[in-house]
Design a protein around this ligand. Sequence first.
Ligand code: SAH
Ligand code: SF4
Ligand code: F3S
Length: 461
Amino acid sequence: MEKTVSAWMAGVRQGMSERVSGMPLAYVRTYGCQQNVADGEKMKGLLAEMGFGFGDSPEEADLILFNTCAVREHAEDRVFGNVGALKHLKRRKPGLIIAVCGCMTEQQAVAQRLQKTFPFVDLVFGPHVIHRLPELLHQVLSQQGQVMLLGHEEKTIREDIPIRRDGRSRAWVTAMYGCDNFCSYCIVPYVRGREKSRRPEDILNECRVLAQAGYREITLLGQNVNSYGKGLAEPVNFAELLRRLDELEGDFRLRFMTSHPKDASQELFDVMAASRHIPHHIHLPFQSGNDRVLKEMNRRYDREKYLSLIRYARSVMPDVTFTSDVIVGFPGETYEEFQETVSLIQEVEFVNLFTFIYSPRPGTKAAGMPDPVSHEEKTRWFAELLKAQEEIAARNCRNLVGSTQRVLVEDKDGKTGLLSGRTAGSLTVLFPGGDGLVGEFAQVEVTEARGWSLRGQLTEK
Ligand code: SAH
Ligand code: SF4
Ligand code: F3S
């Protein structure tokens, strides 16, 4: 790390020791996607180097950091509500530092609102300048008023930011930043900037360390991992990156998200089929089953192209499972067009679906399109889609009863005391077992399907 960074870090340590007796505590709350979670882990890495410990509640914290998401209006409203609620806390505890970062801040209207309506927020910064957190905190500690740093997208990727990972068995590894696709409904390209791929050797080194440290699941991240490699000195596409990562030793699963159907290739599925570490599961968002809507969304594939990818994947991996994202009620979508989304999920039989009601995002193309269908009506369509998916998921679950699955145990449920684990195909199984299994693989016989969830028993097989 640069010398100046260590000077700023030392300054922050000093400044905090004057404000707080003992170790200063940070409360970092991340909203949104895994990319944001990964950013949060980097900010925690930097904070830890500056002497911060981490707390679970805003009340005990000396620094509160909200790492925000802008993808839907609802997500933004929650953040404004939660930031607003800190006003009283700040009054009681004037030394408290409040910071807001993440995707929301990169929208002008949000930045202005934070400035005008939330002047008690000390620091506002965007996702491009995470590495400058020491300098920014140093500024907060040494000057009056709100510090704000937005934009400043850099051409190079910073590889020297320490990471403080939340999990000990599952890790997030960024493969690429930003997005160039400009799907007409989506804010991400505006707030995250242009696509930038990390060098394959940097990704490989990070994954090697994780595998050696005993991590059981590594998930590569990017808004469109299939377009990985653009602009790299060495021409490496995503399939080739996976091939190289698959050679790493260790007992781990290698997952990735998100794949865009316009760039998903047969080569990708071939690599998955031949790999040791990649489970036969792919998250492949289709958004809509109707060609006109897909065109308006600027997704640049049609229903048939999507289905042909699914058919190819199944031909090389008969046990492959799919999950997806869907938007209901895109501007101008008719009920008949929506029905094609329902028929697509019935055709593909996703094991899990992430469904969203369209939310207009200021500045995107779709936000200016006529949107005659009421929210109430869209909510009805949404419920119809969920019902169809529940039936599919329940059928998928019933098909697994009697089979033995290798699951990665993720958690112990506080209420039921059951362990929960994920199969290679990304289905959740609940079963009795000891805490010691959390973070490890276990063989589980599926004994029962309860609706769309699975119950099982540990087995030696
Ligand atoms: N890059 C990924 C997804 C990023 S956002 C991809 O292309 O698939 C995650 C999901 O949020 C999207 O897949 C989409 O289904 C949903 N989404 C994005 N913008 C939205 C909006 N304005 N309204 C409702 N859902 C939206
Ligand atoms: Fe948004 Fe489309 Fe980029 Fe995904 S690919 S982040 S949906 S613009
Ligand atoms: Fe949200 Fe930003 Fe991710 S807008 S979905 S946190 S890239």
